[in-house]
Design a protein around this ligand. Sequence first.
Ligand code: PEP
Ligand code: MG
Length: 303
Amino acid sequence: KKELLFSLKGKENITKDGKAIQLYANIGNSSDIGAVLENDAGGIGLFRSEFLYLEKSDYPTEEEQFSVYKYVAESLAGKKVIIRTLDIGADKQVPYFDLPKEENPALGYRAIRICLTRKELFKTQLRALYRASAFGNISIMFPMITSLKEVLEIKEVAAEVKAELKKAGIPYKENLELGIMLETPAAVLISDLLAQEVDFFSVGTNDLTQYTTAVDRQNPMLDKFYDPHHLSILRMLKLAADNAHKNGKWIGICGELAGDLSLTEAFLSIGIDELSVSPALILPLRQKVRESSVGPVNPDWFL
Ligand code: PEP
Ligand code: MG
């Protein structure tokens, strides 16, 4: 079986009836890059930047972040590297952030909500990302989006960062892609509007399942109620994919569900453009894609 998978390296991710998809890798640390390249990922679809903050006793500086992002971008040698901005809070606590104890951390002060209230923290990360963009194919992705206003505010901060870099004569990629995670029902339901403001969507099915079905993803007592196969999730994926494509944007999935082989054909058929999974799942997914023949959208999936 290992040899069969090995023989898939260098092959395209294309179905029997000619539908192509990008297969990217999720990583949580720059030490995962070896596995990304070994498993022949087309790029990195989710680089969880939290580790930079979690493994330290104080805020990582712009220089520290820049050198990690640059290293990842250079290692991928022109392949797409989608770096997600800080997603601290809720389940991921960092002592030096001094976050208050909350009744409902999953509904609380986390991710983009921290970034948009502590702009200096956000700008430090964005500066490091824009600077690193001169060394490879970096895109930036923002977590926990719920409104258009947040996206417009993010774009304002990004424009400020670019203007500062330009003024200082520091190189960066002008038209770097900015994308958002769709991981709240609110974002999915206004994805027609959001698609006009961003370059891509990536669906975070872990949080989307949690928020849509009102099941705490951290609570083991609820394991049997946590159901990413819930019909609501497939319907939302279809809605978001249609809204992305109507606006000429691409859409991927970077939550665990992306690696679920029982849904690969459904994803292909509704036009999901990219799946991002842990490196070890890339080749099994490629095999699944190459064995598939998807045809038109099957309405039964959404009933
Ligand atoms: C998700 O919510 O599906 C996701 C990819 O983000 P994380 O698991 O890091 O919250
Ligand atoms: Mg998430």
